[in-house]
Design a protein around this ligand. Structure first.
Ligand code: SAH
Length: 409
């Protein structure tokens, strides 16, 4: 299936029309006078109860459980709250869940949602079940500003950051669909901030949302089961280290600056040496934890033996700097194609040869299985509906037209 189908299904009107939502979806219309409780983590919800509602702080805990454990969003159904409090909540607050524009199941069990965030913008969220675990791939921005050459999201341009509510709302929608009960019936065991967008470019909202994911009153995920993936925003990696204990993944894709700057333009600002130093600082702050380096393999671009050797050298330096064997983990991701891209997936023999070179040197380097590619849910294939402020969509369309692929995007 091509990405075209995704967009064809999503007219702006679909996103706008609340009436298309089934009554059970939890959808409520936007009310600017009310606080969306999805925006608040435990401390800010306690503050809200005390300062705005004039109530005891512990009431916040009851409400969090209703929302994140039982998926109840109507205050009237929160039966252990008194009638007066429920009325007060109704007056000042709402729980506004993202609108499910459509969702789709892959033959391999992967599930994708297209979620409307406002009348012009929609993003994608993907659930990937595997042996003994269920991972949700969450988006942090509508589109992405970074323009990594091999990523489909980049072709959509960028519009805006997602709010905390819009980020945690993705977890809520998936967890509810799965029948997830934190601490009892866990279907959702891991979250990776690897969907659309650069999470460190939306720092505060992402950090607050990750705190709800890890809170016992939220989704109860262990620190190491929440992973933030970055293209390498060096100062923000340090800032993350100061406030959070989540797992860090870094999209490396090349171990020399010339090639990396071509694939990930952000490398011109924060070259590899600076990036690796920030990763060392992150790992040293959290002794005993590793950093994952993602490496998307592209045929004839970064998949040759010399590239594997460069990668090995770089990651050995990293292990030495943090004085821990296997401090660096590698995740090899075979390139997932999308219409109009000039890159290709290497053949299996080349992928295996690259992996073997790393393994023979003692480095564990799993190849990430392609999941959900029949529904365009694989890495780098996520496309929502973006009101592009960067004009990149127009440029990309022009490029496609010149290739005779005009209707493919
Ligand atoms: N901006 C963040 C998170 C989003 S990308 C980051 O760059 O890490 C999540 C992962 O998918 C990254 O490692 C990214 O490089 C990879 N990816 C992007 N496009 C891909 C494609 N077409 N095929 C395979 N992996 C891709």
């Amino acid at each position: 299936m091509s990405a075209k189908v995704v967009n064809a299904d999503v007219g702006a009107t679909d996103v706008a029309v609340a009436a298309t939502q089934p009554a059970s979806s939890g959808f409520v219309a936007f009310d600017p006078g009310k606080t969306n409780l999805f925006d608040l983590d435990r401390v800010s919800l306690e503050d809200f109860f005390e300062q705005t509602l004039g109530e005891k702080r512990f009431r916040a805990h009851q409400v969090m459980k209703w929302i994140h454990h039982r998926y109840v969003t109507d205050f009237n159904d929160m039966t252990d709250l008194g009638k007066a409090l429920r009325a007060k909540l109704e007056q000042h607050a709402q729980v506004r869940v993202p609108q499910v524009v459509f969702d789709k199941a892959s033959t391999d069990g992967t599930h994708k949602w297209l979620l409307g965030m406002d009348p012009k913008n929609a993003i994608e969220t993907v659930f990937i079940p595997d042996k003994g675990r269920g991972t949700l791939c969450v988006s942090s921005q509508v589109g992405c500003a970074l323009n990594c050459q091999f990523c489909s999201t980049a072709t959509q341009g960028f519009n805006r950051n997602l709010s905390t509510a819009e980020i945690i709302g993705q977890v809520w929608v998936a967890a509810r669909h799965l029948g997830n009960v934190p601490h009892q019936q866990r279907k959702l065991t891991n979250v990776v901030m690897m969907g659309m967008g650069e999470p460190l470019a939306n720092f505060d909202n992402v950090v607050r949302a990750m705190s709800i994911m890890r809170d016992d009153l939220g989704y109860g995920l262990a620190n190491k089961r929440v992973t933030l993936s970055t293209a390498g925003m060096v100062p923000m990696i340090d800032k993350l280290g100061e406030v959070s204990d989540v797992s860090l993944a870094v999209s490396l894709h090349a171990a020399n600056d010339e090639l990396r700057s071509e694939l990930v333009p952000l490398n011109k600002k924060y070259p590899i040496a600076q990036l690796m130093e920030a990763c060392v600082r992150y790992a040293l702050r959290k002794r005993g934890t590793s950093v994952t380096f993602e490496y998307t393999l592209m045929k004839g671009v970064n998949d040759q033996p010399q590239h594997a050797r460069q990668l090995l050298r770089l990651l050995r330096q990293f292990d030495n700097a943090v004085q821990m064997k296997d401090a660096a983990k590698v995740n090899l991701i075979p390139f997932n194609p999308f219409p109009g891209t000039r890159y290709e997936r290497p053949d299996d023999a080349a992928i295996r040869a690259f992996q073997k070179l790393l393994n023979d040197a003692g480095m564990i380097a799993p190849v990430r299985r392609t999941r959900g590619d029949d529904i365009d849910a694989a890495c780098g294939q996520l496309k929502g509906q973006v009101m592009d402020r960067t004009r990149r969509q127009a440029e990309f369309r022009k490029k496609l037209e010149s290739q005779g692929l005009g209707d493919a995007a």
